[in-house]
Design a protein around this ligand. Structure first.
Ligand code: TXA
Ligand code: MG
Length: 321
């Protein structure tokens, strides 16, 4: 596996080398503003199959296609007016839009996992933007972790999960947002939240001028965002949510300075009580406390507003098994 370090994606040699690997059907991990992604040429079914294999990801779970701008997105998907407004407001950025696939969609069937819809995102991080520009391709990229693990927010997390299974990794330092993109379904005249993430519900509703619709009823066998299975983000330790204090022997994940009286390993998502800082720290601190080997991680209450909705969503998934 090739390791490349570049902070701003302006290193033409590094980006060129990764673009060549991707054009050749290889797998490259790179930073986005949310979490690290594991990319492949989305139009190449064999390359996309390599993503599923490297991650151990169930093949019924479709991938997000990353594209360089709105025109590239509207070649792959059919954007209703609300989706165009959201794209104009939040792209490039941590928002994924699920729309009907366009007749001329070039993304491979295996990336879509048989769906008639496609998940599209225009990311903001300069490294992934440079890769998209250099390849001229849509790049399929899930989070660069083994399936079921929490998403990677720095290059070491990626290496821990995928070393030896992928062709290259670009180390662009820690990611700024720290939780994955917000996923909205723009289907059937409705806009519904499939996954809370880096763009808050309040910001989306401000642009829509309306509340989000409830997601269509999901059934166990055909969940609307198939990757959002309840136990998707499970660390080894058991997670105890909304804890007022750590019990003897428990690790403690605090917020806003709450110490929890912990006697074991203890971290604070944001001593200042800042939800953006807490989101950026969430997955790394879960990994670190999990590595400390305690059986239970007690987590302080996190407010439910703003980015707190995404943080609470990931924590409740981590608590489910
Ligand atoms: O921030 C992010 O979104 C990161 C970075 C790398 O861009 N990517 C990411 O990908 O989180 P992944 O594969 O870990 O999560 C994508 C989610 C999955 O839950 C998948 O089921 C859902 O998007 N998804 C993809 N295509 C879909 C579709 N057509 N309809 C509904 N859900 C879809
Ligand atoms: Mg993931």
């Amino acid at each position: 596996m090739i390791r490349i370090t570049t902070r701003f994606g302006t290193d033409a040699d590094a980006i060129g080398a990764c673009a060549a690997i991707l054009r050749g059907g290889g797998l490259v991990a790179f930073p986005t503003e949310t979490v690290y992604g594991l990319g492949a040429d989305a139009t190449n079914g064999r390359a996309v199959a390599g993503i599923y294999e490297a991650k151990g990801r169930p093949s019924f779970n479709p991938l997000i296609a990353h594209v360089v701008d709105v025109p590239a997105a509207t070649r792959q998907g059919v954007f209703p007016p609300a989706a165009l407004r959201l794209a104009a407001a939040f792209w490039p950025g941590p928002l994924t839009l699920v729309v009907p696939r366009a007749p001329g969609c070039t993304v491979s069937e295996i990336a879509l996992a048989g769906h008639d819809s496609i998940a599209l995102r225009v990311p903001a991080h300069p490294v992934v933007r440079a890769i998209l520009a250099a390849t001229g391709l849509p790049i399929a990229a899930p989070s660069a972790n083994r399936s079921g693990h929490v998403s990677p927010t720095n290059a070491a997390h990626v290496t821990d999960d995928l070393d030896g299974r992928i062709d290259a990794i670009i180390d662009g330092g820690p990611t700024a947002v720290g939780v994955e993109s917000t996923i909205l379904a723009c289907l059937g005249g409705r806009v519904s939240l499939l996954r809370p993430g880096g763009v808050t519900r309040a910001d989306i509703e401000r642009v829509l001028g309306a509340s989000l619709d409830d997601p269509l009823v999901e059934t166990g066998s055909d969940p609307l965002a198939p990757g959002m299975l309840a136990s998707h983000y499970a660390p080894r330790a058991r997670i105890r949510l909304d804890a007022s204090a750590a019990r003897p022997g428990e690790a403690w994940l605090g917020f806003a300075g709450a110490s929890g009286g912990a006697t074991g390993p203890a971290l604070d998502l944001s001593p200042a009580g800042d939800l953006a800082e807490a989101a950026a720290n969430l997955f790394g601190m879960l990994r670190d406390l999990d590595a400390a080997g305690t059986a239970v991680i007690a987590v302080a209450p996190i407010p439910a507003h703003g980015l707190g909705e995404a943080i609470r969503d990931r924590l409740s998934r981590a608590a489910t098994r």
